[in-house]
Structures are given as structure tokens and as C-alpha cells.
Design a binder for this molecule. Structure first.
Ligand SMILES: Cc1ncc(COP(=O)(O)O)c(C=O)c1O
Length: 424
């Protein structure tokens, strides 16, 4: 190993130690199970497969095909749907595939605005812009952090979009799909749901299931509440053969060549684990999020939607403008080893200096934390907001985290979550 390689390895080790001693609360991240992680250093990582199982362009895919077919079967079974493609290499790539399959440049897609919690791929400077589609934003009710139903029905009838898209990165409550279903039928649009944030909650039956409420296609990441590898997935119901073909073609050769076979195998392992542990994990995640919301609110922190129990997901949106705004608070929290991100709230116009932070509890839940630990976490966050020295709070964060460094809700429960493989 030369000096540079050694240095890089030491930095990665330092990162692992830091996260082991921290409270990671970025709502879009999670910890993989030891078995899922093992797949990432298998020989699958070094190989290529292009196309669909049984119809590859390269030889050498006998076992890859078997694993991919199993993953597809497990995905369809877990989500009770008729179509699954496990090849998109991320949530954004899955979104690109939907855009290429179902929209032409110039078509209109209805979606949420960034300040309402939408993902950057729906922006003009994101995937929507790259596909040159016109986007129109739904009316949003800030008090409920959800769509205004009457306004959305009116907008859909006026705009008659080619595709109606739903799903958020600050995803507190399920969108009112049932109330919109008749309108979807009336205007004949394709209904697309980006489930990246709540995929594991849907798998565990703890968040409204879009696939049985008129949605045609679901795109997702597989590493947020669904605790798998950095990868993506597409699911579908109510798709005709042409639409399924369009999605397959959009994934390959559209937006991928090979599809990160090691991650696909890791995803297959996570699907198997979710079948066994998914419900319990999703249930505890939502309970923890609501408990954290309550405990913060009791301490005077402005968590959004108190009248609705703060959230139905893993995420809380918190207005910290009274403490200097999201940028300052997120940095102070990082200095105390509490890792979260600044976030726009509906009233904000600047993404760089927003008034909010976003908190996710899915990773803390994965390490075994429950409601009582959420009260401790709320106390630590409140101390930082109230300008206690982050260095001092950090010591108490480390102390709390000492009891929560192992992985739960998977086959090898109890293995070290932040372990570093000694490879040489
Ligand atoms: C709603 C939503 N869609 C898509 C993505 C992108 O996923 P990925 O990072 O896997 O590309 C994210 C990422 O956080 C997201 O929040």
C-alpha cells in the first residue's frame, strides 16, 4: 500500500469511527445488514450484465440471472404488484427511466415544489429539466404539509398532465391518492409515485400503499427507510405490455449499461430480510419519529404539524428560525455529532439559508433505539438549539451511542453496524 492509499483507508476508518460515535439522522440514509453488505465485496462487483435475465449481451451471467429473477419475484411478492425492475442503480436513475418511458420533451408533469419537500430530480435543473418536460406544481397546504385536495383536483382538470407525479423528500404524510383517483381516470394520465423515502414503510405496511390506489409506476431508492444498498427499483401495477416494455428499454439501454450487480444482490438479500423483519422495523420507525416529535415539541422546539402527531413516516420537519435558521443549527448539531441537514420549509425561498432542519429516525431505529431513547435524543438536540457548547453535548451523544452500535431487524442481528473490514 503506498502513502496515498494508506491515507485514504485511514480517512475511511476515521469516518466509520465518527459515525459509530454519532447520531446519524439524515432522513435519506440507513445501515445495511451484514449479509447485504457482504454482497458488495463479492465477485458480482467486478462483472457486467446488460439487458434482462436470460437475454443478456454478455456471457458469464448464470448466477447473476438467478439472483436477479429471485429479486424480481421477491419484490413483486413483498409489494403485491405485477411488475418489478431491480436494475436502476439509484432513485434518480429510476426517475430518469420513468421520464424516458412515459414523457416526451414538452409534455407536462404535475408535481410538488422544492420548498414543499420535493426532490431535486423534479426541478428544472434536475432530471425533469434534462428531459425538457414542463412541470406544474400542486397547491399545497402548509398546515397539513400535504396537497390541497380540491385545488389539486382543479389543477389536474385544468392542466390535464401527461403524468401526475407524487412523492417527497420531506415526506411526512401520504398524499391523498384515493381522493384523486377518479380525476386520474377522468383525464387518463399516467400516475407516478416516487417512494424513495417511504419505501421501507410501505414494505412494512406502515405507510399508505400507492400501488393499490391507482398508481401505475413507483420509482424508488433502496437505502432509506428500506435498509438496503445504494440502488434503485421500479415497481408497477396496472401497466400494459407496451408500458412495461417502455420501462425495460428506458432502464437499459436508456439510463444504465450494467446495473451494479453486487448492489442488486445486496438488494435481493434486503428483500428477503424485509419479508421477515420489515413490519416490526417499519412500525418502530414510525413510533420513534412520533415520539421524537412529541419530546422536541414539549421542549419548546417548533416541530411542524403538532395537531397531526407530527408525522406518519420516519421524518420530522422542524422550524429552527428562532435558533438562527437551518444552516446554523445543522452545523452546531454536526459539531455535537448529531448529523442532519438544513431543509427548506414551504415558507422559504432560499435553499442555502432555509429556516428548517429535517430529522430522520430510521437509522437510529435500526440500531435498536426505541421511544425512551428518542426522549434522550430530543434533549440533546434541544441543548444544542439552546446554544449549549456542542463539544460538551458531543460527549453525551457519544455516551448514548455506545449502547447502540449494533444492527437490528436482520438475520445477523447484533453484528457491529459500523465495523471496518480488515481486508489486508
Ligand atoms: C424523493 C426522492 N427521490 C429520489 C431520490 C434520489 O435517490 P438517489 O439518491 O438514490 O438517486 C431522493 C433522494 O434522497 C428522494 O428523496
Amino acid at each position: 500500500m503506498n502513502e496515498e492509499a494508506f491515507w485514504i483507508r485511514e480517512r475511511v476508518k476515521a469516518h466509520n469511527k465518527w459515525f459509530e460515535e454519532s447520531l446519524p439522522m439524515i432522513a435519506s440514509e440507513n445501515l445495511m445488514s451484514p449479509l447485504a453488505k457482504e454482497m458488495l465485496i463479492s465477485d458480482f462487483a467486478d462483472r457486467y450484465a446488460e439487458g434482462l435475465p436470460g437475454k443478456r449481451y454478455y456471457q458469464g451471467n448464470i448466477y447473476v440471472d438467478e439472483v436477479e429473477l429471485k429479486a424480481i419475484e421477491m419484490a413483486k411478492d413483498l409489494f403485491q404488484c405485477s411488475f418489478a425492475d431491480v436494475r436502476p442503480i439509484s432513485g434518480t436513475v429510476a426517475n430518469m427511466a420513468v421520464l424516458f418511458a412515459f414523457a416526451e420533451p414538452g409534455d407536462t408533469i404535475t408535481t410538488c415544489a422544492l420548498a414543499q419537500g420535493a426532490h431535486i430530480s423534479t426541478a428544472k435543473f434536475g432530471a425533469f429539466g434534462l428531459r425538457s418536460v414542463e412541470s406544474v406544481n400542486y397547491p399545497f397546504n402548509e398546515t397539513d404539509m400535504n396537497l390541497d385536495v380540491d385545488g389539486t383536483i382543479k389543477l389536474l382538470k385544468e392542466v390535464r398532465p401527461k403524468v401526475a407525479q407524487f412523492g417527497l423528500s420531506v415526506f411526512l404524510f401520504p398524499p391523498p391518492l384515493k381522493e384523486l383517483e377518479d380525476t386520474f381516470h377522468e383525464i387518463g394520465c399516467t400516475v407516478w409515485y416516487d417512494a424513495a423515502h417511504v419505501f421501507g414503510l410501505i414494505a412494512g405496511g406502515q405507510f399508505d400503499d400507492p400501488l393499490h390506489k391507482g398508481v401505475h409506476v413507483v420509482s424508488s431508492s433502496t437505502h432509506k427507510t428500506f435498509p438496503g444498498p445504494n440502488h434503485g427499483m421500479l415497481l408497477g401495477n396496472n401497466l400494459d405490455e407496451e408500458q412495461e416494455k417502455a420501462l425495460y428499454r428506458a432502464v437499459f439501454p436508456g439510463v444504465t449499461s450494467s446495473h451494479h450487480l453486487h448492489a442488486m444482490a445486496s438488494l435481493a438479500i434486503t428483500l428477503a430480510e424485509e419479508k421477515v423483519f420489515g413490519k416490526e422495523y417499519a412500525l418502530q420507525t414510525v413510533r420513534n419519529a412520533r415520539a421524537l416529535g412529541e419530546a422536541l415539541y414539549e421542549r419548546g422546539i417548533n416541530v411542524l404539524c403538532p395537531d397531526l402527531g407530527f408525522t406518519r413516516s420516519h421524518t420530522l420537519a422542524v422550524d429552527v428560525s428562532a435558533y438562527g435558521g437551518g444552516k446554523i443549527v445543522a452545523q452546531d448539531l454536526e459539531n455535537a455529532n448529531i448529523i442532519c441537514n438544513k431543509n427548506m420549509l414551504p415558507k422559504d425561498t432560499s435553499a442555502v439559508r432555509p429556516s428548517g432542519i429535517r430529522l430522520g429516525v430510521q437509522e437510529l431505529t435500526r440500531t435498536g433505539m426505541k421511544e425512551s431513547e428518542m426522549v434522550e435524543v430530543a434533549e440533546l438536540i434541544t441543548r444544542v438549539c439552546n446554544k449549549e457548547s456542542p463539544a460538551k453535548v458531543k460527549e453525551d451523544v457519544k455516551e448514548l451511542k455506545k449502547g447502540f452500535t449494533k444492527i437490528r431487524y436482520c438475520f445477523h442481528e447484533g453484528e457491529e453496524a459500523y465495523r471496518y473490514h480488515e481486508l489486508v
